[in-house]
Design a protein around this ligand. Structure first.
Ligand SMILES: Cc1cc2nc3c(=O)[nH]c(=O)nc-3n(C[C@H](O)[C@H](O)[C@H](O)COP(=O)(O)OP(=O)(O)OC[C@H]3O[C@@H](n4cnc5c(N)ncnc54)[C@H](O)[C@@H]3O)c2cc1C
Length: 421
């Protein structure tokens, strides 16, 4: 039997919760039903590394709190994933067989880590992804007493994990492996990446680039990792940080426009009437490229969720997107990436100054005369002016809703900044 809800929200992360808050703040008084695969209060994956590092308590990784749902009048349907969404008949089906009809629906199911195809990897009991609360807990347990770790993927998450493990256990042997020729291939310019690699090596972390894992076998309490040229590396466990994929398998791609994620406009709306999407399951406009891209940050997910909530409540609101930004403390360094620091090709110019081993380092990327991205090391004072310059120089900046610029999306219940952790 199917039940009717006016608003249905699929997922229970930052995008989903901010949609609820915004719908209620904008006067929506009808029923809101949230459907989530996990039976727990909303978790913030971004805080997982801080918990692993011992900087915050486990309960602080759940920033909206237990009373959130009652406070905002949300009906919970937790513990069963959505398996089908029929956007024509406006019906959602869950794994437990329950079906719900909606007037308006937000898809905010986020993304999940992907495991590359490596024989033995998916079957291993000692290969851990880094994302959900469950995976962070398992990783936390595996880290206790571990001395040897392989990290597959030198992504931002991968190198964060290397730093955490080394800081917690200075005698740990850590091998960071990536198939590309640099660390952080998606956010760091190769020049900045090379400084980071040298710094990590100086801190005693082995970095193996341009190399792929060929196989894996669990062997009692250890795992055996097989690399090219008969190189065998034994470890206590392996953390897999090789990338993520939007959770949209339940979407009918004949109905809903998708690429890697669900394509949304500046109102978080999809091509289907009454259907919206936000956060890591979607592709919204990247203000720098003007294209619908996967933005993959907590801030963007929350903003997109808030816009969807307001629009579902009948308000006019749009979000132009924020340039991607990450601030990460690595040992004694602070690394920052803003905008698009990896762009290559005709008309792209790179300017560098300083040396992080002697103080600070700045790398600026220009397209023509327009600043489009930056990497900073040990130069936090430049974050605000550079971000401002990047935003001001992009086209259409004035379309931004002022409230969305001035009010941080995570300020609702509990406020965290990277620098404070
Ligand atoms: C280790 C790590 C570090 C990070 N660091 C940063 C950082 O420094 N800065 C930053 O901005 N971002 C960071 N991020 C990214 C940030 O956490 C995400 O961009 C953000 O959490 C996305 O929010 P979301 O609501 O779209 O998705 P999620 O937080 O993934 O929430 C998705 C929700 O959907 C539910 N769900 C999934 N599938 C289904 C289904 N089929 N049916 C029902 N429910 C489902 C999930 O259980 C979850 O509740 C980091 C991420 C990780 C993993």
């Amino acid at each position: 039997m199917s039940q009717k809800s006016e608003i249905i929200i699929l997922g229970n992360g930052g995008a989903a919760c901010h949609c609820v808050i915004s719908a209620r703040e904008n006067g929506f008084e009808g029923s809101i039903r949230m459907i989530s695969n996990a039976d727990e209060v909303a978790f913030n994956p971004m805080l997982g590394p801080y918990y692993l590092k011992g900087k915050i308590a486990w309960e602080n990784c759940f920033p909206f709190g237990e009373d959130f749902y009652e406070r905002y009048g949300v009906i919970r349907h937790f513990g069963s994933p959505v398996t089908k969404l029929d956007a024509v008949n406006r019906m959602v089906t869950c794994d437990d067989g329950d079906r719900f009809v909606y007037d308006r629906c937000l898809v905010a199911t986020g993304a999940n880590p992907t495991f590359p195809f490596v024989p033995g990897l998916a079957e291993s009991n000692k290969a851990f992804p880094v994302r959900s609360s469950d995976s962070i807990r398992k990783l936390h347990n595996a880290m206790q007493g571990a001395n040897k770790l392989v990290i597959l993927g030198a992504s931002l998450v991968g190198i964060k994990l290397a730093e955490i493990m080394k800081a917690k256990n200075p005698s740990a042997e850590i091998l960071l492996v990536d198939v590309t020729n640099q660390v952080m291939p998606r956010g760091a310019h190769p020049i900045s990446a090379d400084y980071l690699r040298k710094y990590f090596e100086q801190k005693g972390i082995s970095v193996l680039l341009g190399c792929s894992l060929e196989g894996l076998e669990d062997e009692g309490n250890t795992i055996c990792c097989f690399f090219p040229e008969s190189l065998i590396h034994k470890a206590d466990f392996i953390a897999v940080c090789t990338g993520i994929r939007s959770n949209i398998d339940f979407i009918n791609r004949d109905q809903v426009d998708t690429d890697l994620g669900i394509l949304i406009d500046r109102n978080s709306a999809t091509n289907c009437e009454g259907l919206y999407a936000a956060g890591d399951c979607s592709q919204g406009f990247n203000p720098l490229s003007g294209k619908q891209e996967w933005l993959g940050t907590w801030g963007n997910a929350c903003y997109q969720g808030r816009v969807a909530g307001a629009v579902m409540a009948g308000k006019q609101l749009s979000f132009l997107g924020n340039p991607p930004q990450h601030v990460s403390p690595f040992f004694d360094w602070t690394y920052v990436q803003i905008g698009d620091a990896c762009r290559e090709g005709n008309g792209i110019r790179v300017e560098t100054s300083g040396d992080p081993f002697k103080g600070s380092f700045q790398l600026l990327v220009f397209e023509g005369n327009r600043l489009i991205g930056a990497n900073l090391i040990n130069d936090p004072g430049s974050i605000a002016p550079l971000k401002k310059a990047i935003i001001q120089q992009r086209s259409g900046a004035l379309d931004l809703v002022p409230d969305l610029i001035t009010r941080p999306p995570h300020s609702h219940h509990q406020s965290f900044t990277h620098n404070s952790l």
